[in-house]
Design a protein around this ligand. Structure first.
Ligand SMILES: NC(=O)C1=CN([C@@H]2O[C@H](COP(=O)(O)OP(=O)(O)OC[C@H]3O[C@@H](n4cnc5c(N)ncnc54)[C@H](O)[C@@H]3O)[C@@H](O)[C@H]2O)C=CC1
Ligand SMILES: O=C(O)CCC(=O)C(=O)O
Length: 446
């Protein structure tokens, strides 16, 4: 680490004590952006990164609700409105017991760069609550979502801040929050994305993060004259991103052999085909059961505790949560000759793991580039809502493919090293930074 980076991180640490995830995300960006600023005079002495690490606004609020036994429960709601230089704040909401300010700030900071990469006019934001939907009845989830929106509605709007889903939030939760917003405001506007198709949602939005991830991997492989056909893939998670990454990778001729949840992972030596994926979708999205039930159903599969990174695979797609792939696990993947690692989740690889991949010349796609297809399609949902019409699947999927290929090209433009190796971390950070920085410079010190 350079002296300049160390002193910048000291400054961020002092201003944001006890926020390890946020510091981790800032560290990764600072290491590539500070040297870039140093050789680009137009960005110097403007305190750009110092301004970018400070959210424009953070809203923290009480979310009281009544459970099925009539007992009052209290959770904390947070919305971090990080950066609106290039568009209204945009980013998901996470409902998970681990949610805190550090996690939402890391996600909001990353989102700003990611949204810039999409080429769409989207600023960065993130929010959520420490509420755990797991084990709650449908009515409890509805009452929680309504109470959450009773405060959030004051701060969002179709041109101000447009939240969406993330971990723990799907169609059900978005529907309840949309309904409450409409009741409070007496207006029908696209203030959330990821909506149901019957009330303004977009085709392909559920699929888009996973599909986009696989389109990005296809581009990474293409510059090595490789394709997905016949490759073995290890995926973690079994939620929205993991499911559709599995679907698209299988369609492209790859064999997905693992999926996981917080209890462990399944290894299916024959691969998770279309029918088996349908079983997982029903298990996770409807029955809300554990992944171990897969191994009880399919003879070709076994269930294991822990994470799937000891399984031999050509491609690894961590798609569950932050810091779920560490240095030791990265070494295992490298020993097993992995050729591509691309992040479906946000910051799933620790900094030490990323270093292992880059030293071993494994192609590493960071989340802010590789999983940007979800928010990009949210941007397309916003466009359709504004135009008051719906585009067909082919049109949206075609736009998603183009966006992911463009993001890949931006990473190559800014990240290609002299020996031809592409440092996608550097490429994504610089490409994301340039657009936001230019907009901030144009708009003055605000
Ligand atoms: N849904 C979206 O459009 C986007 C999601 N992401 C990121 O992708 C990741 C997954 O999100 P979704 O699939 O939407 O959420 P989800 O709620 O549908 O699925 C989350 C998955 O992660 C697993 N998980 C959660 N905590 C875990 C832990 N501690 N250990 C192991 N597994 C754990 C869950 O069991 C589940 O399979 C998150 O990092 C999210 O921020 C990134 C871009 C867009
Ligand atoms: O679609 C969105 O606005 C949010 C997507 C998201 O949360 C993410 O990219 O991490």
């Amino acid at each position: 680490m350079t002296e300049q980076t160390a002193s910048f991180l000291d400054y961020v640490r002092r201003n944001n004590p006890n926020e390890p995830e946020f510091l981790q995300a800032v560290h990764e960006v600072a290491e590539t952006i500070l040297p870039y600023i140093e050789v680009n005079p137009k960005y110097q002495d403007k305190m750009l990164l110092e301004r970018m690490v400070e959210p424009e606004r953070t809203i923290i609020f009480r979310v009281p609700w009544v459970d099925d036994k009539g007992k009052i429960q209290v959770n904390r709601g947070i919305r971090v409105e990080f950066n609106s230089a290039i568009g209204p704040y945009k980013g998901g909401l996470r409902f998970h017991p681990t949610v805190n300010l550090s996690i939402l700030k890391f996600l909001g900071f990353e989102q700003t760069f990611k949204n810039s990469l999409t080429t769409l006019p989207l600023g960065g934001g993130k929010g959520g609550s420490d509420f755990d939907p797991k084990g709650k009845s449908d009515n409890e989830v509805m009452r929680f979502c309504q109470s959450f929106m009773n405060e959030l509605y004051r701060h969002i709007g179709e041109s101000t801040d447009i939240p969406a889903g993330d971990i723990g939030i799907g169609f059900r939760e978005i529907g309840y929050m949309f309904g409450q917003y409409k009741k409070l405001r007496n207006e029908f506007t696209g203030i959330l994305t990821g909506k149901g198709l019957s009330y303004g949602g977009s085709l392909i939005r559920p699929e888009s993060t996973g599909y986009g991830l696989v389109y990005f991997v296809r581009s990474m492989l293409a510059i090595q004259d490789e394709t997905l056909k016949g490759k073995t893939i290890s995926i973690s998670g079994s939620g929205n991103v993991a499911q559709y990454a599995c679907e698209k990778a299988t369609e492209f001729g790859a064999k997905v052999v693992t999926m996981s949840d917080s209890s462990g992972y399944i290894y299916d030596r024959d691969g998770i085909d279309v029918d088996k994926l349908a079983f997982i979708m029903e298990l996770k999205n409807v029955k809300r059961g554990r992944i171990s039930e897969y191994a009880e159903t399919y003879k070709s599969a076994t269930f294991h505790e822990g994470r799937p990174w000891s399984v031999k695979a050509d491609i690894a797609l961590p798609s569950a949560t932050q810091n779920e792939l560490n240095e030791e696990e990265a070494k295992l993947l490298v020993r097993n000759n992995v050729i591509v690692v691309a992040e479906g989740a946000n910051m799933p690889c620790t900094p030490e793991a990323i270093e292992v991949f880059q030293k071993a010349r494994v192609l590493f796609g960071p989340g802010k580039a590789a999983n940007a297809g979800g928010v990009a399609t949210s941007g397309l949902e916003m466009s359709q809502n504004a135009l008051k019409l719906s585009w067909d699947r082919e049109k949206i999927d075609g736009k998603l493919v183009t966006i992911m290929e463009d993001i890949h090209q931006s990473c190559v433009t800014y990240g290609k090293q002299e020996d031809g190796f592409v440092d996608y971390v550097k490429g994504a950070n610089i490409a994301g930074f340039v657009k936001v920085a230019d907009a901030m410079l144009s708009q003055g010190v605000v």
